[in-house]
Design a protein around this ligand. Structure first.
Ligand code: ADP
Ligand code: SF4
Length: 687
């Protein structure tokens, strides 16, 4: 197919200092939990994006010195020459596809932990560390500043030797010395590096000049700069940011602009729409003549064209859209925009970095598996048999299994009990703020509709007898799960007395339109997003709500998705009492008896109903019924029955999509050994 001429502008080459990007698609630096610990996996993940058409593919933050050690987070590292080969691997693989490789050099100063290196941390002025032990960073002397500039310069030279085309100076996210010197709350110096804005910007200016002088003949020099911190005079704010850009205007070869801190930059679709950064970064281009890249969870080519035509950006920056679909640019180029696997803005990808494990994505189950499982984001091995597959259940697990099996060429039959496909995704996408989650369903349906070898049967509630009568050789059960009504969960090892009454509701009830009468006690023992979303549903329906959680804070797991602060703010705006650190001892007709998890002290809350967001149970009835009939399988032609997704073990949507994809990849492809992926074996001891 031909690309739509409206999108031609996105494929214009753009010059960045001494190098030229082949188009306007720019994968900005993003963390991935693999970094220096898994160089092959990291290189393969970046290479997939280069193959998918991104003109620039960047690393994550890259530590330049042991005194800026970001452990336990696993990022890139260039402490000395021994770190060059791991990054050279990425450059080689990115260059194969004609993309430019960029590296984001950083020294995190007082936002380093130095947990691994045990060095004393450095800062513009004396201050406590933000991460790691409750320790302090010391104020840098002028000699330290000279050393730091030398480390940065040496790292730039190493980056050039590794093969990078663009070298970043990082002054964003409240995560690097170049930004910390700008911030009045962190920089109390009285010498030429403190006080006036010109003094505070001096170090950033010197770093740009040092880097240009060291590597500027071959490499472009980029500045990643946060234009707003939302902290008033304590932080970088637009009025000062404008002056910074004025002062440095054409010194760097490229401006990469965003907002800080990370939770503001990487906002989920629940809290921000596509293009949400424009009000804060859209002015930069009017001050500099150098190209500008910015982000905003862009997935629509029309929006991208708008950004370029309206003079907001020169490059469409992307972290998450390039994770959800490494082939996004190619699909637009080939006139296949409807095939773009659009990011849903859920931030499960962020949890990889937060847990120092390989990156995962809800939409793209191959993310992080490019090397260790040789999973290509677009290609999959053809089927090795003519066996028919019956998939029962059209939620994310069943849809992805059917789609990937269909892509392999199997004859697939997908049966779904309800009229609507999508399972939990269709239900949850109707909740406040979660509409974009429907993209998980919609992309898969779009793909399935193109496959002649996949038949879909809606309104087909499949029984064990139906399965045997159908007689497909392979049966995949993707029948989902349901929320428990008895109170059992992380904080209660047995049913809570009184929860057997009709006054106890579950999220399934609410998602199916069955709302409790108020006043309602919302019991959140799940600690992720759903409790707070249910609170919004109840308040929108004018129910009086008391939010109770045994945790110390509401929605504690949302720290892993960078949503934590946004959730707290939203809940406080709903105007309801929040009782943390309390479990439920019992409920009765008039209320609930709460107990403090620390003191054991009890208190009474009156309510006429309870919504329990506690734990889930697999819908395994069909599986059990089939197992009871296993003697009949052979005669029916059934060889294997495999549960996947939430009916196997309830989890995230990402887990269900992965399970569906994995089933399809592994069908007729036996996996050998106990470890089903490639890895670096434990390192032999040095002799
Ligand atoms: P997962 O996240 O594992 O994909 P979901 O709960 O999202 O699970 O989806 C499960 C889907 O399976 C739902 O759409 C549900 O209607 C469907 N389903 C459950 N049992 C049957 C059955 N016996 N026959 C057909 N569809 C079923
Ligand atoms: Fe987008 Fe979610 Fe995938 Fe991250 S995990 S790239 S937010 S779909």
């Amino acid at each position: 197919m031909q690309r739509d001429p409206r999108y031609d502008i996105l494929f214009e080459p753009v010059r960045i200092g001494p190098v030229t990007a082949k188009n306007r698609f720019f994968q900005v630096p993003h963390c991935n939990g693999m970094g220096h610990a898994m160089p092959e996996a990291h290189a393969a993940m970046r290479a997939a994006k280069a193959e998918g058409g991104w003109a620039v593919v960047s690393t994550e933050e890259c530590e330049i010195h042991p005194s800026g050690d970001i452990s336990p987070y696993v990022e890139a590292r260039l402490w000395d020459d021994s770190d060059i080969p791991a990054l050279a691997l990425m450059c080689e693989q990115v260059h194969v596809h004609g993309a430019l490789a960029a590296i984001e050099l950083t020294h995190n100063g007082p936002t380093s932990s130095n947990l691994y290196s045990r060095e004393v941390a450095l800062a513009p002025s004396h201050q406590p560390l933000k991460y790691g032990y409750p320790q302090h960073a010391r104020a840098m002397t002028l000699r330290d500043i000279r050393d730091y500039r030398r480390w940065h310069r040496d790292a730039a030279l190493r980056a050039k030797r590794a093969g990078f085309d663009i070298v970043y100076i990082y002054a964003a996210h409240d995560l690097s010395l170049a930004m910390h010197f700008l911030q009045q709350r962190r920089n109390h110096r009285t010498d030429e590096y403190g006080g006036s804005l010109e003094n505070r910007v001096r170090l950033l200016r010197e770093l740009i000049s040092d880097t240009k002088e060291a590597v500027g003949d071959k490499c472009a020099v980029a500045v990643r700069f946060a234009t707003e911190e939302f902290l008033g005079v304590d932080g970088v704010r637009e009025s000062e940011a404008r002056e910074v850009v004025h002062l440095l205007a054409d010194l760097p070869d490229l401006w990469d602009v965003n907002i800080a801190a990370w939770h503001m930059d990487s906002q989920t679709s629940r809290f921000a729409d596509e293009g949400y950064q424009e009000p804060f970064t859209g002015w930069v281009k009017s001050i500099t003549r150098k190209p500008v890249v910015g982000v905003g969870r862009f997935t629509s080519p029309d929006t991208m064209v708008g950004q370029i035509r309206r003079g907001v950006l020169d490059f469409i920056g992307a972290a998450r859209p390039s994770i959800a679909d490494p082939f996004l640019p190619r699909k637009i180029e080939e006139g296949r925009s409807e095939d773009i696997r659009e990011c849903i803005g859920c931030n499960i990808c962020v949890t990889g970095d937060m847990t120092s494990t390989p990156i995962r994505c809800t939409q793209n189950p191959t993310m992080g598996e490019e090397w260790r499982k040789s999973w290509h984001p677009e290609h999959i091995a053809p089927s090795k048999s003519a066996k028919r597959v019956l998939v029962v259940g059209g939620g994310p697990a069943g849809l992805e299994a059917a789609r990937a099996l269909g892509q392999r060429g199997y004859e697939v039959h997908l049966a779904e009990a309800s009229r609507e496909l999508g399972g939990r995704v269709s239900l949850e996408a109707r909740l406040p703020g979660l509409a974009q989650w429907a993209r998980v369903r919609d992309w898969r349906i779009t793909q399935l509709q193109k496959m002649a070898n996949v038949a879909i049967y809606r309104e087909n509630d499949i029984s064990a007898a139906d399965v045997l009568e159908f007689g497909a050789e392979r049966v995949v059960l993707a029948t989902g799960c349901h929320w428990r009504r008895d109170g059992y969960g992380r904080s209660n090892g047995a049913a809570i007395p009184g929860f057997d009454s009709a006054r106890v509701f579950t999220p399934d009830d609410l998602m199916r339109g069955r709302l409790p009468d108020g006043p309602v006690l919302l019991f959140d023992d799940d600690a992720f997003y759903l409790g707070s979303v249910i609170a919004e549903v109840l308040r929108a329906a004018n129910r009086e709500v008391t939010y109770v959680t045994p945790d110390d804070v509401v929605a504690s797991w949302t720290t892993y998705t960078q949503e934590y602060r946004h959730v707290q703010k939203r809940l406080r705006s709903l105007g309801m009492p929040i009782i943390t650190g309390h479990n439920i001892r019992s409920v009765d007709g008039e209320g609930a008896q709460l107990v403090c998890v620390y003191s054991g002290r009890e208190q009474r809350v009156s309510c006429s109903s309870v919504v329990a967001v506690t734990a889930r149970l697999p819908n395994d009835g069909l599986q059990k019924a089939l197992e009871a009939l296993s003697a009949d399988w052979k005669a029916a032609g059934v060889e294997a029955v495999t549960p996947i997704g939430d009916c196997h073990a309830p989890g995230l949507i990402a887990h269900a999509v992965y399970a569906g994809h994995r089933y399809a990849r592994e069908l007729d492809e036996p996996v050998e050994g106990e470890v089903c992926f490639r890895r670096r074996a434990s390192q032999p001891p040095m002799t």
